[in-house]
Design a protein around this ligand. Structure first.
Ligand SMILES: Nc1ncnc2c1ncn2[C@@H]1O[C@H](COP(=O)(O)OP(=O)(O)OP(=O)(O)O)[C@@H](O)[C@H]1O
Ligand SMILES: [Mg+2]
Length: 270
């Protein structure tokens, strides 16, 4: 099966810090991964490696068969869709939702004088329909709510028909309704065999959509667990990764977590 990501012993150093340390990770075509770990664990740095925006200091990273350091990353970046707060910050606030999605077909932000084919327009409209943006197509990016902006980010990332879609905290800042809407849409995306391979970074197990197949846990730049989602999103491995005792429960396709409740001792008499 085609390897989408193949990281071997990847270490990233900044000054005297190892922000990623000996990370080995393989993602095969069709897999849907969730990446979790506490603040500063190295998730965004790992996503930057996986999208060709950062290079390993040592070790080897192959993305869609392209080896970083031996390849033209500009070509690679057109094959990887990425949705993150850093990318949305680059969007001109006065641009409309439709233009913002269209420009992504060319890997740019901000319209200039480029011309779009009907096939691009059709794809942009189909994506707006999938992500609940049709009624917002003429609205300016700067005036959107957080939830609407998150959906634009994902539609943009899908516009170039990527082989790999990376979503770095797509539900951050959403209210419970917005989160549930997004989780349902992501579950649908993950369940569609024509979708690209998916990597979703999140802080909360409640945000893991049904149909995700695998999980990677990071702790202080190192992989602390990886494998099938049901074997990794467990009380034991999550407690280890987050450095606190957690109760993780699964039911009806969704996960829930909370701090471990102290077991009740016997009430003292008197
Ligand atoms: N360019 C850089 N120079 C120095 N340190 C960096 C650089 N980029 C990231 N770091 C550090 O590397 C560590 C990992 O950062 P990263 O953003 O990957 O974490 P994260 O898991 O995405 O965290 P969060 O959950 O808060 O988004 C942090 O301690 C961060 O300060
Ligand atoms: Mg991050």
């Amino acid at each position: 099966m085609l390897e989408i990501l193949d990281l071997q012993d990847v270490t990233v150093r900044r000054g005297s810090n190892e922000i990623l340390s000996h990370v080995s990770w393989q993602v095969l075509a069709g897999e849907r991964w969730v990446v979790m770990g506490s603040n500063g664990a190295g998730k965004t740095s790992l996503m930057q490696i996986c999208s060709g925006f950062m290079h390993p200091t040592t070790g080897q990273a192959k993305i869609l068969g392209y080896e970083l350091g031996r390849t033209d990353v500009r070509e690679l970046r057109t094959l990887v869709g990425i949705s993150s707060a850093a990318v949305v910050a680059l969007l001109p606030p006065e641009e409309t939702v439709l233009d913002s999605i269209l420009t992504s077909a060319y890997g740019i932000s901000g319209r200039w004088r480029e011309r779009y084919d009907q096939v691009d327009r059709d794809r942009a409209h189909a994506l707006m329909s999938d992500w609940g943006l049709t009624n917002l197509s003429a609205r300016r990016i700067g005036n959107l709510s957080e939830g609407e902006r998150k959906r634009v980010q994902i539609a943009r990332a899908l516009m170039c028909d990527p082989e790999l879609l990376i979503l770095d905290e797509p539900a951050a800042g959403l209210d419970v309704g917005g989160r549930e809407d997004l989780v349902a849409r992501l579950a649908q995306l993950a369940g569609d065999e024509n979708s690209p391979s998916l990597v979703l970074v999140t802080h909360h197990v409640e945000e893991i959509p049904p149909n995700f197949t695998h999980a990677l846990l990071l702790k202080s730049g190192q992989v602390s667990a990886r494998g099938h989602v049901s074997g990794v999103i467990t009380s034991f491995l999550m407690s280890e990764a987050f450095g606190m005792a957690l109760d993780v429960e699964y039911g009806d396709g969704r996960w829930h977590a909370q701090g471990k409740r102290p077991s009740r001792g016997r009430r003292a008499k008197g």
